[in-house]
Design a protein around this ligand. Structure first.
Ligand SMILES: NC(=O)c1ccc[n+]([C@@H]2O[C@H](COP(=O)([O-])OP(=O)(O)OC[C@H]3O[C@@H](n4cnc5c(N)ncnc54)[C@H](OP(=O)(O)O)[C@@H]3O)[C@@H](O)[C@H]2O)c1
Length: 262
């Protein structure tokens, strides 16, 4: 399918590596110009030059999206651009301690990265899209947002919020010409996950490829509000079982194997 209808510019928050870089390559291949945002200048420059080779204009912004000044920086970088697609991929669990064992300020950073900055930028770009009566908003979510788990008390909550936010926004914009999608990922072989040392070889664990899930997300953008990528829809359905103790404890055993703890 062609993604050109989401041009002429797309902004990808978290657009330098893994799933974010794959969104960038797919969009560049469709002729959509890009503004890529991430912290590390090296991967940002590498992805930008890959995309320029595909013939599009690319701007980069090296900023930490947890920082309160980041929203202003992104807005300033995009002044005068017609942004037809906003992708918020830059989520992460930056505080993986058990809840009573870390400072609230560290958990606040998880909330700021995954919620505070995300909603501010969605409102900024979404208003202009609604005025133009076209565009797309793609938020990258997680299967963690469907159940509570150890060391994810806050991260699981912010990902649940993202999905609920996307569902409500999709309804509000349903007749406006603006597509909204929460792309729910399961375990995905990204550089960030490789750096934290996830064991991708747990028997029975489905591990997705970043290029595949990015393509699924863009293909499903017009079919919101939620798309479960990577063939995980049955697993998500099981996570909605009303017997919460069974679901939460069962997923916990699988998670421990993934982390190499059992
Ligand atoms: N990978 C998985 O198994 C998995 C599972 C479920 C959900 N997800 C979700 O999928 C999305 C991508 O996850 P990922 O990290 O695995 O993939 P990724 O797409 O490989 O990388 C994340 C991107 O976001 C940027 N980023 C991270 N923190 C940032 C910050 N504070 N400020 C600015 N940019 C930042 C990274 O660059 P810098 O590091 O240079 O800033 C990178 O470009 C996230 O929303 C995550 O919650 C991933």
């Amino acid at each position: 399918m062609s993604y050109a209808k989401y041009g002429p510019w797309a902004v990808i928050a978290g657009g330098s590596e893994g799933v974010g870089a794959e969104f960038a390559r797919l969009l560049a291949g469709a002729g959509v110009n890009l503004v890529l945002v991430a912290r590390k200048p090296g991967p940002l420059a590498a992805t930008a030059s890959d995309c320029r080779r595909l013939g599009v204009e690319v701007r980069t912004l090296a900023t930490d999206l947890v920082d309160p000044s980041a929203v202003h920086a992104v807005v300033a970088e995009t002044v005068g651009l017609e942004v037809g697609l906003f992708v918020y991929n830059a989520g992460a669990n930056t505080c993986s301690a058990e809840f009573l064992d870390a400072d609230l300020t560290d958990f606040q950073r998880v909330i700021d990265l995954n919620i505070t900055t995300m909603v501010a930028l969605v409102q900024h770009f979404g208003r202009a899209m609604r005025d133009r009566r076209r565009g797309g908003i793609l938020l990258v979510g997680s299967m963690s947002g469907y159940l509570g788990s150890v060391r994810h008390t806050v991260y699981g909550g912010v990902k649940a919020y993202s999905r609920i936010f996307a569902e409500g926004l999709w309804l509000e914009l349903r007749d406006s010409g603006v597509d909204v999608l929460e792309l729910v990922l399961g375990v995905t072989r990204t550089p960030a996950m490789q750096r934290v040392g996830l064991n991708f070889d747990v028997p029975g664990m489905r591990v997705a490829d970043p290029a595949d899930v990015a393509r699924e997300g863009l293909d499903q953008l017009g079919h919101g509000p939620v798309y479960i990528a990577g063939g995980n829809a049955d697993d998500v359905a099981r996570r909605n079982d009303p017997d919460r103790a069974k679901v939460v404890a069962g997923a916990h055993r699988m998670m421990q194997r993934l982390m190499g703890l059992k």
